[in-house]
Structure formats: C-alpha cells, structure tokens
Design a binder for this molecule. Structure first.
Ligand SMILES: Cc1cc2nc3c(=O)[nH]c(=O)nc-3n(C[C@H](O)[C@H](O)[C@H](O)COP(=O)(O)O)c2cc1C
Length: 171
C-alpha cells in the first residue's frame, strides 16, 4: 500500500474542490492507502503570506510529501490559473520536492475555456519542483458535481470513470 498526500488548494469554506479532494481521500483509504490531507485554507495564513517555510505546520506537510509515493494536487481555476494560496504553498516547498513522485493534477472550473489550465499553469511548476511523472489529470466542470439527499458528493458516470482511472494509477 502506498503513502499519498493530497494538497487541496481552494480558499473557499464551501469549496467544491475540497469536496472532490475528500472524495479522493475516501477512495484511496478504502483501497488501504495511507493518506495525508493538506487543506491549504487550514494552514496558518501568516505562514503562507510571510513564507515561513519552517513553521511547524508547514514543516509537517513537507514531511508528508517527502514520505509519499504520489502527490495529488487540486485547485479551482481562479482568473485562468490555479489559486494564489496554492502558489503561496508551492513556493515554500523544498527544491525538487516532487522528484521521484507521481504527481496528479485535478482542477475544477466554471468553464471549459480554461480546460488547459492544468497544462499551462500547473504542469510547469510541478516540473520546476522536480516532477518527471505527471499524470494527464482531470478537469472538472463545477456544475457537473451533484449531491445526494445526505449531502454526499455524486459524480457523473463519465467523471467517475476518469476519477477511478486516477485512483488506480496511484495504486
Ligand atoms: C475568484 C474566482 C475566480 C474564478 N475564475 C475562473 C476562471 O477564470 N475560469 C473558470 O473556468 N472558472 C473560474 N471560477 C470558477 C471556479 O473555478 C469554480 O466554480 C470552482 O469549482 C470553484 O472551486 P471552489 O469551490 O473549490 O473554490 C472562478 C471562481 C472564483 C471564486
């Protein structure tokens, strides 16, 4: 079984991206993987803003990434790119923090116009962080995400099969 870290980069407290991240976490745990979950909005804002890369909460997340075989990075599209909070966090990672790891991008967005944000925004920074194995990733249109009567996330059949592919590639 693998150790996997999920980095979820939405600042929103009702975040759809964080809901998807929780769903991914649940799937991986059901398969027996050890999952570390980094919800960036829960990290101390001042550590991110003032680049305190060795504060205890930030250093703990670096340890998790170091121990992981795979890192799944999620972000909503904001203004055509990934979020500012995700950039603030990635800036604090040690040099080549993603070397030797499988990196999986998952992005939610409101329009297909920014489908390529994974390619032009996320993949270059993953590469700078040393990643050489970056999955194609999944772009999710926010309005395709549904909920059941108990508020649990429901994925369309098409999205479910794309997400299952991602989950199994981590295994
Ligand atoms: C500040 C802001 C900027 C956004 N900019 C874009 C954009 O440029 N392109 C796009 O497709 N969607 C854009 N959206 C829509 C979000 O990407 C989409 O609703 C996403 O699922 C929100 O995720 P969240 O709930 O985790 O924040 C924007 C939303 C916000 C709040």
């Amino acid at each position: 079984m693998a150790v996997v870290t999920i980095v979820s980069g939405s600042p929103s407290h009702t975040s759809k991206t964080n809901q998807v991240a929780e769903w991914v976490k649940g799937q991986l745990q059901q398969l027996g993987h050890t999952v570390h979950f980094i919800r960036l909005r829960d990290l101390p804002a001042e550590d991110l803003l003032y680049a305190r890369s060795s504060s205890d909460p930030i250093a703990q997340t670096h340890q998790w990434i170091h121990q992981s075989k795979a890192v799944i990075v999620l972000s909503p599209v904001y203004k055509g790119s990934y979020t500012g909070i995700l950039k603030a966090y990635l800036d604090l990672l040690p040099e080549k923090a993603f070397a030797g790891k499988l990196i999986v991008p998952i992005v939610t967005g409101g329009t297909i116009a920014h489908l390529l944000a994974i390619e032009y925004a996320l993949k270059p920074i993953f590469s700078i962080l040393g990643a050489r194995e970056i999955l194609h990733g999944v772009f999710i249109l926010d309005w395709t995400l549904g909920h059941d009567s108990e508020g649990r996330l429901v994925l369309s059949d098409d999205l479910l099969s794309r997400m299952e592919e991602v989950i199994h590639s981590v295994s």
